[in-house]
Design a protein around this ligand. Structure first.
Ligand code: OFO
Length: 170
């Protein structure tokens, strides 16, 4: 059975993942409002990924005999000045999430809960991918200069992204 300390910390992480989902859905609506439908699609897929992350934690607490407690989700930011600003916020947010996952791993080690330490490795690999995807888009926006034909092409590229649920097992 999972310890109370870890159960509380993972419940807090479920809330953080749901906040991430909500933030990315808000970013998708910003992109809709400025006519960048491809970026909006990319963010909507991100929203779906974050819900998957939350569900994976939910399943894990239940598998380990714990109790999932859902807390209120904070209102996300709604306005940005440019696509670049949105993507820079996304990267900053993911770096924060990476540190939350690192803290969870430290706690699981403190509690000598090897099952949880092992389970969390999946999230570490996922964070590498999340940060790298954000950096790649930031570089591309800088390259094409935030508008014009290059931005049109980038929007088209991001419009092709589809959500594929990652493998559930670590
Ligand atoms: Fe769940 O990885 Fe982003 O926040």
């Amino acid at each position: 059975m999972i310890s109370k300390r870890l159960e509380d910390a993972i419940n807090a992480q479920i809330n953080a993942e749901m906040y991430s989902a909500y933030l990315y859905l808000s970013m998708a609506q910003y992109f809709e409002s400025v006519g960048l439908k491809g970026f909006a699609n990319w963010m909507t897929v991100q929203f779906q990924e974050e819900q998957f992350h939350a569900f994976k934690f939910i399943d894990y607490i239940n598998e380990r005999g714990g109790r999932v407690i859902l807390k209120p989700i904070e209102q996300p930011k709604t306005e940005w000045n440019s696509p670049l600003e949105v993507m820079e916020d996304t990267l900053k947010h993911e770096e924060k999430v990476t540190s939350l996952i690192n803290n969870l791993i430290n706690l699981s080690m403190d509690e000598k809960d090897h099952m949880t330490t092992n389970f969390l490795q999946w999230y570490i690999a996922e964070q590498v991918e999340e940060e790298s995807n954000d950096k790649e888009i930031i570089d591309k926006i800088k390259l094409v200069g935030d508008r014009g034909n290059g931005m049109f092409m980038l929007d088209k590229e991001l419009g092709a992204r589809v959500f594929t649920p990652p493998a559930k097992e670590a």
